[in-house]
Write a protein that binds this ligand. Sequence first.
Ligand code: AMP
Length: 469
Amino acid sequence: MHDACGVVGISLRENGNNVAKSIYYALYALQHRGQEAAGISVYDGKTIRTHRGMGLVSEVFNDAQIALLRGVVGIGHVRYPTTGRSCIENSQPLLVKYKDGAVAVAHNGNLVNSNQLREQLEQSGDIFHTTSDTEVIAHILVRELLRHDLPDAVRALMRKIVGSYSLVFILGDIVLAVRDPLGIKPLCIGEVESGMMVASESVAIDTLNGRLLRDVRPGEMVIIRNGELFSHQLSRLPCAAHCVFEYIYFARPDSIMDGRLIYDVRVNIGAKLADEHPANADTVTPIPDSGITLAVGYHQRSGINYRECLMKNRYIGRTFIMPDQNMRETAVRLKMNTIRPNIQGQRLILVDDSIVRGTTSRRIVNMVKNAGAKEVHVRIGSPPIMAPCYLGIDMPSREELIAAYKTISGVQTVLEADSLGYVSHKGLVEAIGIPERNLCMGCLTGIYPLDIPGEKCAAAQMTLAEYVC
Ligand code: AMP
């Protein structure tokens, strides 16, 4: 199961207001990271109370439920639609009770050894209530807490779990946050009016009128107690493998991630595309919303007129039912409409962030051609996606990735585009401004920053257990 999610943890000083409303707003800002389910846990001084549900943050919570979550320490989670089991049990935060208390946990990322760990734990008597790897994490932490103090328990956990993880826990009266030794998924620290917070993206901090302090470092454990922050560096190497897809597609453009404003990165990518794949055209236009910032960059660099030609309806609920082909076609038109006068007779440069299966770009090339475009030149802000992601982005299997089995000109033929250009690996890395050795480009290269059974691993990697001091 792949979980590409959003997490938040906030600890306010004792005299602070209830934390639940702040977590609710922070989750609202992180909604793009997961629309399947949402949840909040708050510690009231004695117990941890949780409310979770399927759907958007606004669907899961109302004022009455938030009012029941009283306390100054809390965490929250939004979960991405997945190909795995979509059920309330797998939503988060997850609560595990044990001899000395209870732990609530929310996780963004994906473990690659969770099946083995689960089997070992089941052999020794643990009983699991969910199919998610987050429960495995919680069980291991609880076992280690019974034997060690907190930093040593987290060290022991980090020696066992392999994969990507940005974790937030409630443990007694503290918020504990941990980022995996390669910093694959994002996590940042912010100061809010009467306390401190961690969140997947800085937009959650902005929403609470807070101040972004910095990113949680790869392999760092952060403890927030009574609104104050304490840091422990638990991995020994200054090494990173930040997920490249966060920069290309996943994160919000107004987020600052590992020191880069995502908006700037995407404008840079658009400019690289203009340098690498120029076209004789009249108009640059984005596939909304993910192509917008890239198209701005292409337009600024090429000087070609920018004009919106497609409008997305942002109010289509997840539960929109399409029982037959006729209705499915209506649904497509409901979701995206053309602005015909902007398209007719035009040679268009159509910009999007990525091609996964190829269905979106094929459909949209077809739509703009039907609306009268003379030529359609497709430009893509990532190199071809040719391998699955095991580390937290929900991607289809290799067989479903169009670039895994077709050449670029083969993809162009499927799209029925007049030309097709993907940004190069080098162009992408330069646009992000982080050295390639510190990025995870597994979905673009098929080479991963850690050992994944059956896949290639970047040369001479230490095992993650060896990273932990
Ligand atoms: P496809 O139709 O399968 O080629 O999907 C490509 C479109 O899906 C692009 O417009 C992207 O913006 C979007 N996209 C890319 N990756 C993902 C993902 N992991 N989850 C959801 N949408 C995605």
